[in-house]
Design a protein around this ligand. Structure first.
Ligand code: SAH
Length: 353
C-alpha cells in the first residue's frame, strides 16, 4: 500500500490517525510541529520519539521534500531562484525575494500549466500534474532551511494556475498558517489567478484573509483573448463581478496585475479602461513591464512610457505600483529557469549521453 503523504494532512487528520494507532494524544502535536515547524524531513531524526514509533511512522507515512537542483543568486538585488526536483523528478521553480519588511517566497502550484497565456514561459510545455499541498509547502520549507532565514510572506505566483488546483491550494494555505507549523499570517499570503470565475467565487466563500491578485493584462475582452485563452471562457464583466464579490465577502482589496506589452496594451485608451475597472472594484494596480521570452514576439513597454502610464492612473486616484523587477539577471521571467533546464535535459538526452 502506498504510504500516506503526512505533510498534506491537517492537524485534526493526523490526530485521528494517532488515535487509531492507539498512541497518546500529545504525539500529534509533537509530530506535527516537528514536521511543519522544525522542518524535519526524516522520521529517524525525531529522536524524541521512541524508536518503535519512528519505525512505525516511516512504514506508514512519507515526508515529501523538495530536492535542490539549482540555485541562482541575483547580483543586482539578492533575489534567489531555486529549482527543485520532486520525488518523480518533476522540476519546480521558486523564488526568494528579500524586502525590508521580510523575506517573500514565490511558489509554484503546478508542474507546468495549461492556461496558455501567450507571454508566459511556464505554459509552453503544458501541464504535467498538480502539486500536492505538501509539495507546495516543501518549496518554502526547503528555502527556509537552505537560507536559515524566516520566510514571512508568500505569493502563489510561480508556475501553475492555483485555481486549477483548488483543493490542494486551500490545504496549503491552511497548513502554512497553522499555529503548530510555520504560522505564516494569511494576511501575508497572495494568490494570483488568471481569472477562473468559479474558483474566485469559491475562494471568497472560504473567507480566508488572503490577498487575491487577478492577472488582468487587458481591459477589453477582445484584446484579452489574444493574450490569454482563459478570456474565451470568462468575460471581464463576469470577472469584475467575481472580484467585487471577493472584496465584499473578505474585506480584502484586490490587486490587478497588468503586464505592459509594447504597443499591445499600453495605449492611452488602455490606461483609461484600467482606471475605470480598478476604480469600480477599488483594486490596487501592479504594473509589470513584460519580461520577454525568446519563444514569443512580445516586447516590454519602454521605461518612460511605463512611468507615464502609471502617472495617468495615479492622477485618477488609482492606487498603483510598478513591480520592481527582481532578479532579471537570473532567468527572471516566470518559469524561465525551469524551461531552460528542461530544454537542456531534453537536448542532452537527444544527444544520447
Ligand atoms: N496562473 C497565475 C499565477 C502564475 S503567473 C496567474 O495567471 O496569475 C504570475 C503572474 O506573472 C501573472 O500575472 C502572469 O500573467 C505574469 N507573467 C507570466 N509571464 C510573464 C512575463 N513573461 N512577463 C511578465 N509577467 C508575466
Amino acid at each position: 500500500m502506498a504510504k500516506k503523504d503526512i505533510n498534506s494532512m491537517y492537524f485534526d487528520e493526523l490526530a485521528k490517525d494517532i488515535e487509531e494507532l492507539k498512541l497518546p494524544k500529545f504525539r500529534t502535536k509533537q509530530i506535527f510541529s516537528r514536521l511543519h515547524g522544525k522542518l524535519c524531513f526524516d522520521f529517524h531524526e525525531m529522536t524524541e520519539l521512541p524508536e518503535a514509533l519512528r519505525e512505525k511512522l516511516s512504514e506508514e507515512y512519507e515526508i515529501k521534500f523538495a530536492r535542490l537542483e539549482n540555485r541562482q543568486i541575483s547580483k543586482l538585488d539578492g533575489t534567489e531562484k531555486f529549482l527543485f526536483a520532486m520525488e518523480d523528478d518533476s522540476l519546480v521553480e521558486s523564488v526568494l525575494m528579500k524586502y525590508k519588511h521580510g523575506n517573500s517566497v514565490c511558489i509554484s502550484s503546478q508542474v507546468g500549466c495549461r492556461m496558455g497565456c501567450k507571454f508566459c514561459a511556464s505554459t509552453l510545455d503544458g501541464l504535467t500534474r498538480n502539486l500536492t499541498a505538501s509539495e507546495m509547502l516543501s518549496q518554502i520549507y526547503a528555502i527556509q532551511k537552505l537560507t536559515g532565514e524566516r520566510v514571512s510572506n508568500i505569493v502563489v505566483m510561480g508556475t501553475g494556475e492555483p485555481m486549477d488546483n483548488y483543493d490542494n491550494l486551500i490545504r496549503f494555505i491552511k497548513l502554512i498558517s497553522d499555529e503548530n507549523g510555520l504560522n505564516i499570517s494569511k494576511r501575508n499570503i497572495t494568490v494570483s489567478t488568471c481569472g477562473i470565475v468559479p474558483g474566485i467565487r469559491a475562494f471568497a466563500e472560504e473567507k480566508l484573509p488572503v490577498t487575491l491578485a487577478l492577472s488582468l493584462h487587458s481591459v477589453t475582452d477582445e484584446k484579452r483573448r489574444t493574450l490569454m485563452p482563459i478570456a474565451n471562457k470568462y468575460s471581464i464583466a463576469e470577472l469584475m463581478d467575481a472580484v467585487d464579490y471577493y472584496f465584499k465577502v473578505t474585506g480584502r482589496r484586490i490587486t490587478f496585475e497588468y503586464s505592459l506589452v509594447r504597443d499591445v496594451n499600453d495605449t492611452d485608451e488602455d490606461a483609461q479602461g484600467l482606471i475605470r475597472l480598478a476604480g469600480r472594484v477599488k483594486a490596487h494596480v501592479n504594473l509589470i513591464p513584460i519580461n520577454p521570452i525568446k519563444e514569443r514576439e512580445y516586447r516590454e513597454t519602454a521605461g518612460p512610457r511605463v512611468l507615464a502610464f502609471k502617472n495617468k492612473l495615479e492622477k485618477s486616484g488609482i492606487n498603483v505600483t510598478i513591480r520592481r523587477e527582481m532578479g532579471r539577471d537570473i532567468d527572471g521571467a516566470c518559469g524561465q529557469l525551469r524551461k531552460r533546464t528542461m530544454d537542456e535535459n531534453k537536448q542532452r538526452r537527444g544527444q544520447g549521453d
